[in-house]
Write a protein that binds this ligand. Structure first.
Ligand code: NAI
Ligand code: MG
Length: 356
């Protein structure tokens, strides 16, 4: 029997509340499936830890995490600790040191999910955005000259290596081929005359090896418009770090909002653990009240199941999330319901058990 070792960093605010439900659901799935199980190890890292120890994680923290196949993360960040510390010293550190260069963000409108667009049907919003997660505009390269002087100049340089660009584009082509879907590249070569011309070139080059994959290429501004007006144009999408950051928030907005959106940070070679998280933050405004929506954390639990090759169970978890939203009986206040975080988790567990 396969035992999947997962490091849990539940984090701050509503993080632990929603992750609890995710762990509960994963354990239930394992019990129903019968041929695999999960072993969860909890790490109390985050802002509380920082206030006590002056750091977000212990010095050997990354070494400890390395032994796991996956990290399940709640949310990190809380008033009292500056966001650039909590984000850089924990989340970004994990993404970078574990070379999690693929960010996978499903943008899929589930039945019953709140959608701000008029007259869109479920099948019109069903894409997977592959965001470059390791370099590009977020590489941290640049300079700040003559600080505070009248001649002050700042430079922020996008870093696009051949290796980094090729591997993310190749990952997207592979996914498109495997799933038989179209692949759309989002770039901006008309204005970014080095980085995005290069990106487009690599997209074409790698595409030579995938004649079976139907491709499209859009400028990021046009793509933003189409996300809203004709989301059915997109199936698999590949884009750079900055464009991906922006466009996936837009994606989350059209597919049900922050209470639903999940993201996976993958090291596809599996040399290092991959990390799975709801994309919302620690929501200090509703923390410790037991009313946080756990559905995003449950969607990321379904990505964990996919990652371990149990796509059938990943799909079942999504089906059940959908059923909860269609039933409308057990929803948290952000979705118009009156249920608690735990009640939603329990309902998902009950519906999963009823599937068999
Ligand atoms: P946020 O996502 O925590 O909250 C934004 C709004 O959405 C709030 O009104 C909140 O109540 C609501 N919300 C978020 N998740 C919800 C859920 N599951 N159920 C119901 N309502 C939910 O973003 P905000 O306020 O900008 O950031 C708060 C803290 O979280 C900051 O310290 C920030 O740095 C951190 N953060 C951490 C992230 C991570 O760990 N990946 C991502 C985003 C923010
Ligand atoms: Mg973001």
């Amino acid at each position: 029997m396969n035992v999947y070792k997962i490091a849990v960093i539940a984090g701050d605010g509503i993080g632990p509340e929603v992750i609890n439900e995710g762990v509960k659901v994963l354990n239930k799935v394992a019990e129903l499936a019968g041929d695999f199980s999960f072993e969860f190890t909890y790490f109390p890292w985050g802002c509380e830890y920082y206030l006590e120890h002056g750091k977000m994680l212990p010095d050997d923290g990354m070494e400890q995490l390395k032994k796991f196949e996956a990290v399940y993360l709640g949310a990190v960040g809380y008033p009292g600790v500056p966001d650039h510390i909590s984000l850089r010293e924990l989340l970004l550190k994990i993404r970078k040191q574990f070379d999690q260069y693929v960010n996978v963000r499903p943008v899929k409108l589930l039945q019953g999910a709140p959608c701000p667009l008029k007259d869109v049907t479920r099948d019109q919003i069903d894409m997977v955005v592959i965001r470059e997660n390791s370099e590009g505009e977020y590489a941290g390269a640049g300079d700040w000259l003559f600080k505070g002087k009248p001649e002050e100049v700042v430079l922020q340089t996008g870093v696009f290596s051949r290796k980094g660009t090729e591997r993310i584009i190749r990952y997207a082509y592979e996914l498109a081929r495997k799933t038989g879907r179209t692949l759309t590249s989002i770039s901006k070569a008309n204005a970014l005359n080095y980085s995005m011309v290069f990106w487009d070139q690599v997209f074409e080059e790698v595409g030579q090896e995938y004649p079976d994959v139907e491709t499209h290429s859009y400028l990021v501004d046009a793509a933003s418009m189409f996300f809203v007006k004709q989301p059915e144009r997109f199936q698999i999408v590949v884009t750079s770090n900055l464009f991906g950051d922006i466009i996936t928030d837009l994606g989350a907005a059209i597919a049900g909002g922050m209470g639903l959106a999940a993201g996976a940070n993958l090291n596809p070679e599996r040399v290092y653990p991959s990390m799975f998280e709801p994309i919302h933050g620690s929501a200090p405004d509703i923390a410790h009240q037991g009313i946080a929506n756990p559905l995003a954390a449950l969607w990321s639990a379904s990505q964990i199941l996919d990652f371990f090759g149990h796509e059938n169970w990943g799909a079942k978890v999504l089906d059940v999330i959908e059923q909860v939203m269609v039933d409308k009986k057990t929803l948290t206040p952000d979705m118009g319901g009156v249920s608690s975080t735990e009640e939603v988790g329990n309902e998902v567990v009950a519906l999963l058990s009823a599937l068999k």
